[in-house]
Design a protein around this ligand. Sequence first.
Ligand SMILES: [Cu+2]
Length: 165
Amino acid sequence: MCAACASALARARVRLSALAAAAVMAACGPSAERPATEAVPLPPPRAEMAVHEAWARSADSGAMTSVYFTLTNRATVSDTLQGATSAAAEEVGLHMSMQHGNTMHMASVQSLPVPGEDSVLFAPLGAHVMLTRMTRAYAAGDTIALTLTFTSGQSLEVRAGVRQP
Ligand SMILES: [Cu+2]
């Protein structure tokens, strides 16, 4: 596992354990008078996302670029990617490229499901995070930070290494 993936995983675990602690504290509230023999229900399983191999093409200030990566759901429950945010561009969205004959088109998509124990590939000619009107120039060696948000409420920080186009 690469260092970026390991740290992304560590951050995801920190958030998950904080949520688990909150759930336990809530469970200890008004229901404390229930018989001690009754089993305390476990919190529902949550999707646990990780990103590998995040990269983007270099872009001038005001231009657009795409971010690519492999998004892996390590949990058994599915989740849905519903958006992305980044300070690197004025507009950030989920896009899908598709080929019609010899012409490439791309369209914005509202959300992308990520099944449990599965990966979704964001790659040229497919799904990507579209960054429109970059707030500054990004050259090879720079890093673009973005945050992926999911319908479950979890979010995932992504650091994409910039490459030459
Ligand atoms: Cu696009």
